[in-house]
Design a protein around this ligand. Structure first.
Ligand code: SF4
Length: 367
């Protein structure tokens, strides 16, 4: 894997910066402001995306702020320029989902991913602007999805890994009815400056316990665990070199104003005296395809690629990780050419260690 691919597999779009919640660990700087994406931005993105979708699977992920806070009418107008081959996804806090939104998702073929951190007691940091718990409203949104028979994914943030939590969470999400689950250990990113340094044994133990819970009832696609097991299988088969893509997916995030930030959605909306606004261009003046073709020339991106090469030559986990995320390096290390971060310790190194710990504890030695 070297360099950045010119064509992504998906694009992240920010229909509004606004979020109706104010979660304690949120990284978004402008979540109290309603800056909406004009239709001209969606039209410009669609001009590049439609040909890509015609020649292979392609997704647009509507991410905010809270994308539903843009309203159905505005979101429908933003969706209109995209052709029928484009798959649409929303990442939502679910609090605004009702019957009308479910009808909208069905009509537009939108796949929903809900942010929820587990049972009520685990959602204390998901709160409204007035500081009130959002849990009941989240569950009401999920109930509407279930009533309408709409499949959905879930994304949970774990702030304090501790014994028993993984089993509790996995059981909760089985009952919730999601078919895909992603788990993020809380990250120090954006305006969330809380430390993400965690006790190594607690994090490794969390992942090991999660593998055990999943293996007992593997009805949910568990993003991190399935990827780890695929990697472990490839190592045993001697094919792990083929697992990472040939080039990094640029994952362009198109901000509400049309600016494009590659590799890390979390960098969108930030500026730095040295790196500027992190953007590689704006779709209102340059086609997205052209911006991505030249993204490697964005100064911070070049520095990040240097960091990836440093990871490749120094880290035994590189074949599994591929060099980590740009935003974690920036927000933890203040630069892009470093290597290890707390994030990669929590979510790459200890994840793989947890899978191996589970294997050591549960597999009988070969005869
Ligand atoms: S685990 Fe960390 S140090 Fe290793 S390749 Fe990934 S980002 Fe780099």
């Amino acid at each position: 894997m070297r360099g950045i691919a010119a064509v992504p597999s998906y694009v992240v779009m920010q229909p509004t910066t606004l979020c109706n919640l104010d979660c304690v660990y949120c990284y978004l700087p402008l979540r109290a402001a309603d800056r909406r994406m004009p239709l001209t931005v969606a039209e410009a993105v669609a001009a590049s995306v439609n040909p890509w979708a015609a020649s292979g699977r392609f997704s647009v992920v509507w991410h905010g702020g809270e994308p539903l806070a843009a309203g159905r009418e505005h979101l429908a107008a933003l969706l209109a320029p995209f052709g029928p081959a484009v798959e649409h996804h929303v990442q939502t806090n679910a609090t605004l989902i009702d019957d009308a939104w479910c009808a909208f998702f069905a009509e537009h073929g939108i796949r929903v991913s809900v942010s929820v951190d587990g049972p009520r007691a685990r959602n204390g940091e998901r709160v409204t602007r007035g500081g009130r718990p959002a849990y009941d409203r989240i569950l009401a949104g999920v109930a509407a999805l279930r009533r309408h028979g709409l499949p959905f994914s879930a994304l949970a943030v774990v702030s304090r890994p501790e014994p028993g939590l993984a089993t509790e969470l996995y059981g909760y999400f089985l009952d919730l009815g999601c078919d895909v689950l992603g788990i993020n250990i809380e990250e120090t990113e954006g305006v969330n400056t809380r430390t993400n340094a965690r006790d190594a044994a607690a994090v490794t133990g969390f992942w090991a316990e999660l593998v055990g819970a999943w293996r007992r009832d593997p009805r949910i696609h568990l993003r991190e665990i399935e990827w780890s097991l695929r990697y472990a299988g490839a190592v045993l088969a001697g094919t792990s070199d083929d697992l990472l893509p040939r080039r990094l997916d640029p994952i362009p995030t198109v901000g509400h104003d049309g600016s494009v930030v590659v590799l890390s959605p979390e960098l969108a909306g930030f500026t730095d005296p040295h790196y500027g606004d992190f953007s590689s261009g704006n779709v209102l003046t340059t086609p997205l395809a052209e911006i991505l073709a030249g993204a490697g020339r964005t100064p911070w991106v070049g520095e990040f690629l240097t960091g990836v090469e440093a990871c490749r030559s120094s880290c035994p986990y590189f074949g599994f990780c591929g060099g980590g995320h740009a935003a974690n390096r920036y927000f933890e290390l203040g630069r892009f050419d470093g290597t290890e971060t707390e994030h990669c310790r929590n979510s790459k190194i200890r994840l793989l260690e947890g899978v191996l710990e589970h294997a050591r504890d549960h597999e009988s030695p070969a005869a």
